[in-house]
Design a protein around this ligand. Structure first.
Ligand code: FMN
Length: 214
């Protein structure tokens, strides 16, 4: 099974990683075409996840009505809502095991997993989540959401867009207004568009201060 590797419009990895800064004001008239947004999200979704359960769901807020609703739920992050082309709300399934059957069946169907492995893994997943309490679930879905979010930020750059990852929002309100189904918890919002400011350089702790070898 080979994976089709796309070529990005802005394919310079170093530029995408080191040129990325959080952008909080975007050019307000830019629209991200629907096809491209779908492609960006699919590429972000190549991120790894625990047991490959991909607990994330995306809600793309791009309409004036959607933005107006979100505006009052984002604390000090209103400039991003006002100017971004789109704000992707990353939701996570409280029960990621609900994705297992579909994903593992598809792996067998595409020939990348044999039936015995499929059956063993599904049993393992059911066993693990059958006993997992809320704390490990919350940790796993938060971790997986972080991975897809970072990949989204980098893929967006590879398409020529900038981002601001936004954790400052009122979770219960965002959940009530935007959750695309039951059992979906908002994790983070990613504002996306064409930068209308340079952003500012930020400090990183010295690597030798935060690294030890054992
Ligand atoms: C989980 C998370 C939550 C964040 N929440 C906000 C936020 O609510 N508002 C904001 O302006 N920036 C937010 N940021 C952006 C950080 O402030 C920013 O990534 C950090 O200062 C480093 O700057 P850089 O992204 O330009 O490298 C968040 C980043 C992360 C990873």
């Amino acid at each position: 099974m080979t994976t089709q590797i796309p070529t990005f419009p802005h394919n310079d990895f170093a530029q995408n990683v080191f040129g990325r800064r959080s952008i909080r004001r975007f050019k307000p008239d830019v629209k991200i075409p629907r096809d491209e947004m779908i492609q960006i999200l699919a590429e972000a979704g190549r991120a790894p996840s625990s047991m490959n359960l991909q607990p994330w769901r995306f809600v793309v807020v791009e309409s004036a009505e959607g933005k107006a609703k979100l505006h009052d739920q984002v604390m000090t992050n209103t400039p991003q809502v006002e100017t971004a082309s789109a704000l992707v709300i990353v939701f996570a399934l409280a029960h990621p095991e609900h994705n297992a059957q579909e994903i593992y069946d598809a792996a067998v169907a595409q020939g990348s997993m044999d039936q015995a492995t499929h059956d063993r893994e599904l049993t393992e997943i059911a066993g693990f989540y059958g006993h997992a309490g809320e704390v490990p679930r919350t940790k796993i879905i938060g971790f997986d959401s972080g991975l897809v979010t970072m990949q989204l930020a980098l893929v967006a750059r590879a398409h020529g867009y900038d981002t601001c990852i936004i954790g400052g929002f009122e979770g219960p309100k965002v959940q009530a207004a935007f959750a695309p189904g039951e059992g979906l918890i908002p994790q983070i919002i990613v504002a996306m568009g064409k930068a209308d400011e340079a952003g500012y350089p930020t400090v990183r702790l010295p690597i030798d201060e935060i690294t030890t070898f054992a």
